[in-house]
Design a binder for this molecule. Structure first.
Ligand code: MG
Length: 275
């Protein structure tokens, strides 16, 4: 048994993975230049303020069967939070954050396959984004309240979208909500990056860069987003916020491999297949 970890004070990286038919949280550490799962955690880090860690035979993160790194009660997304992305789809820059949901049933882990519902939708796009994981219940934050104590950590998100349905429906529940349309991971880091200072968000398709943005170009900074959401709904520990995608969105087809890279967090890789 290792000493108690205090994720709110010490930056740590963790993932969720499958081992012997169980879903476990794992502590990720760099060993010999490679990211390894070295301990299992007794509780979800967003719940366990003093989560205990048990040593395990180290397993390379790349070799683990990874599950979505989060178990949110809801996934709140921000649309059009980068000027160039709003412009590329012919939309005006919004005057206040534009919110929508993805259902938790759309979550997919690193390495999983995104399924295109080709009987219903033809154009399906990647959207690489910084994901924020809530660590503390949060409701009606005051304008001058510091949001950082409510943030547990950061991850990579692919806000996968059926663009034709988004245009057709007028609201986005179908377009954003199919099973597998929310890849997230490979891990959550509780520190080491500062979205206010700038974190690069890039998306690659089959190894070619398609999106290259930076969170310093957010229209609405993260503190404003969290306060804004908290006026409407209570954010619970483990809830996920997808902070919007930079310009360069585009379609993918079966056989493509998408990689979302968030600086200081990691690389989220998923393949695409037709359903
Ligand atoms: Mg998006």
């Amino acid at each position: 048994m290792s000493p108690k970890l205090k994720p709110q004070y010490h930056a740590m990286k963790y993932c969720r993975f499958e081992l012997a038919d169980s879903a476990l949280y794992g502590l990720v550490e760099t060993v010999g230049g490679q990211e390894m799962i070295t301990h299992t955690l007794d509780e979800a880090p967003e719940i366990g303020i003093t989560t205990r860690a048990r040593y395990m035979t180290p397993l390379a993160l790349q070799e683990a069967t990874l599950l979505p790194a989060v178990c949110p009660s809801k996934i709140v997304c921000v649309g059009r939070n980068y000027r160039e992305h709003a412009a590329e789809l012919g939309n005006a820059v919004p005057l206040e954050p534009l919110l929508f949901f993805k259902p938790p049933s759309s979550l997919l882990g690193h390495g999983g396959t995104i399924l295109r519902p080709t009987a219903i939708a033809q154009r399906t796009d990647y959207e690489g984004e910084l994901g924020v994981v809530i660590g503390k219940k949060c409701h009606k934050l005051a304008d001058d309240e510091d949001v950082r104590p409510y943030i547990l950590g950061y991850t990579c998100v692919n806000d996968f979208t059926a663009r034709d349905l988004q245009n057709k429906d007028g609201q986005w529940t179908r377009a954003k909500g199919f099973d597998t349309f929310c890849p997230v991971g490979p891990l959550v880091t509780t520190g080491g990056i500062d979205p206010w200072q700038g974190v690069s968000v890039e998306t690659y398709v089959n190894g070619e860069v398609r999106q290259s943005g930076n969170t310093r170009d957010f229209i609405f900074p993260l503190d404003l987003i969290i306060r804004y959401i908290s006026q409407v709904m209570t954010l619970e520990p483990g809830d996920l916020i997808a902070t919007g995608t930079p310009s360069g969105v585009g379609p993918v087809v079966a056989g493509d491999v998408i990689e979302v890279r968030v600086e200081g967090v990691g690389r989220l890789r998923n393949s695409v297949a037709d359903q």
